[in-house]
Write a protein that binds this ligand. Sequence first.
Ligand SMILES: [Zn+2]
Length: 186
Amino acid sequence: MALDAIKKHSKVPAVVTFSIHRELVTREGWTAAETCRRLEAAGADVVGLNCHRGPRTMLPLLKEIRAAVKCDVAALPVPYRTTEEQPSFMSLTDPCCGDRRAFPVGLDPFVATRQEIFDFGREAYAMGIKYLGVCCGAGPQHIRALAESLGRRPEGSKYSVDMSKHAFFGTDQKIKTVQTEYQSRL
Ligand SMILES: [Zn+2]
């Protein structure tokens, strides 16, 4: 229905993404790849997934989608450490607190690092997925890391970590050996 409306009223390319929850099928019973195939056949210019799954549990589905369609593919995971047992951020439970459901305001311990989002960007792009973003829960560090994973250097990159002058881990020649040698004891 959304695609029909876009085709009817918009002159810009139609990008249609949707979410896969715990189950590997939509509520219509279609796999992610099958849904994308249908969307492409119906005229979508870009198809793919957004939200609900973190990088780790979205990537396998993206691989199937990439193989199933010819058009561009979009991927916007949530920045959370979802697992095979709990593949969506709504299904995550926190073992620290009686396995309470973490969604929506207890997700802090599951937040992906910027490095994980960087790695996701590299992996997805290498797979041929070029429309990339981060969905609910994304912080500026995630968006910046994703841009940097594609070789870009946005203005915010001036705030990216620089450890060269760190007291123990720094590589600058001013950092004394007595400090760098202490690294293994930190
Ligand atoms: Zn979202």
